[in-house]
Design a protein around this ligand. Structure first.
Ligand code: 5AD
Ligand code: SF4
Length: 444
C-alpha cells in the first residue's frame, strides 16, 4: 500500500504543540508521510483546544470547511486533543467526515488508530490513558522551532478551578521522571537548541514518582530541584510555564538567582483581583498571597518580568469586584497580561452559576483592563529603548524578510535588522523603538 500523507493542524496551548510534534514523530516512524499541504493530504488531523467556547467552535468550523472544500476526494479527518477527550463519540454524530477521535492520552497510538481506519473501520475512538513519555525522541526537524524546544514535565491538573475544563480534558496531574527530562534537555542542547521551555498546566506542582535524576540538587520543592538539575546541564536558556500561585515557592526565585540560564520570566496567572471572586473560582489563593509572590519576584536581584492571565465577567462579578482587578493590575505592573472574557464550560462547577455578566459588560471590562494594561506596559517597554538586550534570533520576522525576530530572556519579542546568518544564535540588540507588544532594534 502507498504511504498515507498526513497534515496536522494545531490549536491551543504549548502542550498541544508538543503533542503534535510527538504525533508527527510517531507517524513518520510508522511509515506515514507528513505534509504541509492540507488540500492534497490523505489525512487531516486536528489537534484541538477546548479552553473557551470560541476555541471549540473553531474545530467544528474547520471540519465543515474541509467537508465543503473537497467534494471530489474527501480526506480522512481525525480529531485529537482536548475536544476529542471531552466530546468523545458525540463528534462522530455531529459530522460524518470525522472517522477518528483520539483523546489527550491517545497521542502515541494515533498511527495504529489510523491503520484501523484504513482497514475499513469508520468510527475509531480512543479515550485511553497516555503511555509513558520515556524513551521517545522527536527529531529536530519535527519540532515547532529549531532553536526553542518544548519539554513537557507535568500534564493534567488537580486544582479544579471552578471555571476550568482542563482537569477534565487533560486528567489528573502526572509528572514525568526527572532523569528523563534531564536526558531530553542534554540531547536538545547537543542538537543545537539554545532554549528549552519546561511546560505543563502547573509546572511548579511538579511531583515525580521518584527522586531519580534529582539526587544532589537542593531545593524546597521537587520543581526547584528540577530547575537546578536542568540548569546545571548548561543549555543557554531555560524558561518554564505556567506557574500556579499557591505553589509558587520563593525558592524558585532563588534558583533563578543562582543560575544565569534560568531566564528572567515568570508567568503567574492571577485570574481576579477580588477575594470573593477568587474564592468562587476556587483558586486557593487570596489577593494578598498573590501580591506577596509579586513582591518576591520584583525584589529579586534578577530583573524578572512577570506576566499573568485574568478572566473578566466571571458569574456574579460586580463592577466593584472588577475594579479590584484593575487595582491589582496597577500594583503588579505586569509586563504582559492575557485577558479573557469568562466562557461557560459544560461540566465545570461554574457552569451551574448564572452567567449573568452581559456580553456587553464583559466587553467593556475587557477594554477597560486592556487599556490600563497598555498604559502600564508602554511605560515598561519604553524603558528598554536605548538599552542593549540579548535576543535569541529565531527566524525572519512575519512582516519582512530583512528583519529577524526573537525573544529576550524576559520573553519580550524583539524584531531587528540583521543578516540571516545569526539565526539560531543569542545576539546583542540595541533597542531603538518600543511598540505595544514588541521592541525594535539594531544588531550591535
Ligand atoms: N473562560 C475564560 N477564560 C478561561 N481560562 C480558563 N478557563 C476559562 C474560561 N472558562 C483562561 C484562564 C487561564 C487561561 C489559560 O485561560 O485565564 O489561565
Ligand atoms: Fe485550569 Fe485552574 Fe488547573 Fe489552571 S490551575 S489548568 S486554571 S483548573
Amino acid at each position: 500500500m502507498s504511504k498515507l500523507s498526513v497534515h496536522i493542524e494545531t490549536f491551543g496551548c504549548q502542550m498541544n504543540v508538543s503533542d503534535s510534534e510527538r504525533v508527527a514523530a510517531k507517524l513518520l516512524d510508522s511509515g506515514f508521510e507528513l505534509t504541509d499541504a492540507a488540500d492534497s493530504a490523505d489525512v487531516i488531523l486536528l489537534n484541538t483546544c477546548s479552553i473557551r467556547e470560541k476555541a471549540e467552535q473553531k474545530v467544528f468550523q474547520r471540519v465543515g470547511q474541509i467537508k465543503h472544500q473537497r467534494a471530489e476526494r474527501q480526506p480522512l479527518v481525525g480529531v485529537m486533543g482536548c475536544v476529542a477527550q471531552l466530546e468523545g463519540e458525540a463528534i462522530f454524530n455531529s459530522s460524518t467526515t470525522v472517522q477518528l477521535v483520539a483523546g489527550t492520552g491517545a497521542t502515541e497510538r494515533i498511527p495504529s488508530l489510523l491503520e484501523r481506519v484504513r482497514g475499513g473501520e469508520t468510527r475509531v475512538l480512543d479515550l485511553g490513558e497516555r503511555e509513558e513519555w520515556a524513551g521517545f525522541e522527536i527529531p529536530t526537524a519535527l519540532r515547532h522551532s529549531r532553536h526553542v524546544a518544548f519539554v513537557p514535565i507535568i500534564e493534567g491538573c488537580n486544582k479544579f478551578c471552578t471555571y476550568c475544563i482542563v482537569p477534565y480534558s487533560r486528567g489528573r496531574e502526572r509528572s514525568r521522571q526527572a532523569f528523563e527530562i534531564v536526558e531530553e534537555v542534554q540531547k536538545l542542547w547537543a542538537a543545537g537548541f539554545q532554549e528549552i521551555q519546561l511546560i505543563g498546566q502547573n509546572v511548579n506542582s511538579y511531583r515525580p514518582k521518584s527522586e531519580k535524576g534529582l539526587e544532589g540538587f537542593s531545593g524546597a520543592t521537587p520543581f526547584s530541584r528540577l530547575l537546578r538539575a536542568v540548569a546545571s546541564e548548561g543549555i543557554p536558556r531555560i524558561k518554564f510555564t505556567t506557574s500556579f500561585p499557591r505553589d509558587f515557592h520563593a525558592d524558585i526565585v532563588e534558583a533563578m538567582e543562582e543560575h544565569e540560564n534560568l531566564c528572567n520570566w515568570v508567568h503567574l496567572p492571577v485570574q481576579s483581583g477580588n477575594n470573593r471572586v477568587l474564592r468562587a473560582m476556587r483558586r486557593g489563593h487570596k489577593v494578598e498571597d498573590y501580591l506577596e509572590k509579586v513582591e518576591t519576584i520584583k525584589n529579586s536581584r534578577r530583573a524578572i518580568s512577570l506576566t499573568s492571565d485574568v478572566i473578566v465577567g466571571f458569574p456574579g462579578e460586580s463592577k466593584e469586584e472588577f475594579e479590584d482587578t484593575l487595582r491589582l493590575t496597577e500594583k503588579s505592573e505586569f509586563h504582559g497580561l492575557y485577558i479573557f472574557k469568562y466562557s461557560k464550560r459544560r461540566g465545570t462547577p461554574a457552569a451551574k452559576l448564572d452567567d449573568d455578566v452581559s456580553p456587553d459588560e464583559k466587553a467593556r471590562r475587557f477594554l477597560a483592563l486592556e487599556s490600563l494594561q497598555m498604559s502600564i506596559q508602554s511605560k515598561i517597554y519604553m524603558e528598554y529603548v536605548g538599552r542593549k538586550v540579548e535576543v535569541l534570533a529565531e527566524g525572519f520576522s512575519a512582516r519582512s524578510q530583512s528583519d529577524l525576530t526573537g525573544h529576550t530572556t524576559c520573553q519580550k519579542v524583539v524584531n531587528f535588522r540583521a543578516d540571516k546568518e545569526v539565526i539560531g544564535k543569542v545576539v546583542k540588540v540595541h533597542v531603538t523603538e518600543a511598540k505595544a507588544h514588541s521592541l525594535f532594534g539594531q544588531l550591535v
